[in-house]
Design a protein around this ligand. Structure first.
Ligand code: GLA
Length: 300
């Protein structure tokens, strides 16, 4: 029961504006925390347990607890992050538990140990981006993160651009995708994979420049280029996702769209003029989540 909890933590989901499949190579990424949250609360108990409407959280909660070095807890979880919608419900769960159990640690430390917990619980060699964005995101901003040094800076993100996350309906568990294989190919510097990585990092720089200049058209073009690179060079898209992305490119108010996150199905990011979100949503025959930037639980 949440009411008998000794501790509480809350953490947001995240989007990634640009910089996909580069975090685990020490590249540059531009995620933002968004206004959908997971709450966790709990108390010490003889064994780890999770009470949640969504199954599968126990391995994650236990793994982060072990990383934090705390005794077993009975944990209650509530969330308004739709599972599988592509805004990192797992990172939000891990960060919520870390923030609840150890609000005294720094956000970077929390992100690193949540990343380790996710790797152990899922067997997927994920990068640091999702946990970092959930822990340290700031309302009104995206986070420009150098994954080699974990140095980051806030980049103001305009209120008049809505962040749309489209659910492709192709749900998958990352453990059943070639995510680890793509990571190995990129680490081995396979030429086509590297063409994506190098061009994507250049696009992150250009996107930040465009954001500062409020050049939303340019931002949209960069999303389109990112999608083509993820589709053709990194090969993480699917025909269903490609069809939705192409539909989004033509939808009212859309500056640009691309596959977001790990890929192999999952979700699509679109940036949309705030005044046209209704017309945009009506033009996409898949569920659309309209998001705004939000605060993570850690201050620094
Ligand atoms: C998943 C991982 C991240 C990152 C993206 C691809 O979301 O959790 O670390 O590698 O895929 O950019």
């Amino acid at each position: 029961m949440a009411s008998s909890a000794e501790w509480h933590g809350r953490a947001p989901g995240r989007v990634n504006l640009i910089g996909e499949h580069v975090d685990y190579l020490g590249g540059l990424v531009l995620p933002a925390a968004v206004d959908r949250y997971t709450q966790a609360g709990g108390h010490a108990a003889p064994v780890w347990s999770v009470d949640s409407k969504v199954e599968g959280g126990l391995a994650f909660v236990r793994a982060v607890g072990q990383e934090l070095g705390v005794e077993p807890q009975a944990v209650n979880v509530t969330s308004d992050i739709p599972p599988g919608a592509g805004i990192s419900s797992s990172a939000a769960l891990l960060v919520a538990v870390a923030a609840g159990l150890r609000p005294d640690i720094g956000g970077k430390e929390a992100a690193v140990l949540c990343q380790r917990a996710e790797q152990k619980a899922s067997g997927v060699q994920v990068g640091i981006m999702d946990q970092f964005a959930s822990a340290l995101g700031r309302r009104g901003n995206a986070l420009l993160l150098d994954c080699a040094t974990l140095e980051y800076q806030l980049v103001p993100f305009p209120d008049d651009v809505a962040i749309a996350v489209i659910d492709s309906g192709e749900h998958r568990s990352l453990a059943n995708t070639p995510y680890n294989q793509r990571r190995r190919e990129a680490e081995a510097h396979e030429p086509r994979r590297m063409r994506h990585v190098d061009s994507e990092i250049a696009r992150v720089h250009s996107f930040v420049d465009a954001l500062h200049a409020r050049d939303f058209t340019r931002m949209g073009e960069l999303l389109k280029e990112s999608h083509i690179s993820l589709r053709d060079d990194f090969e993480v898209s699917t025909p269903i996702v490609d069809a939705i992305v192409e539909r989004a490119w033509k939808a009212p108010g859309c500056y640009g769209a691309r596959i977001m996150g790990a890929g192999f199905g999952g979700s699509i990011l679109a940036l949309v003029a705030r005044a046209q979100t209704g017309a945009f949503t009506a033009a996409i025959d898949h569920p659309v989540l309209m998001c705004s930037t939000a605060d993570g639980p850690f201050k620094s």
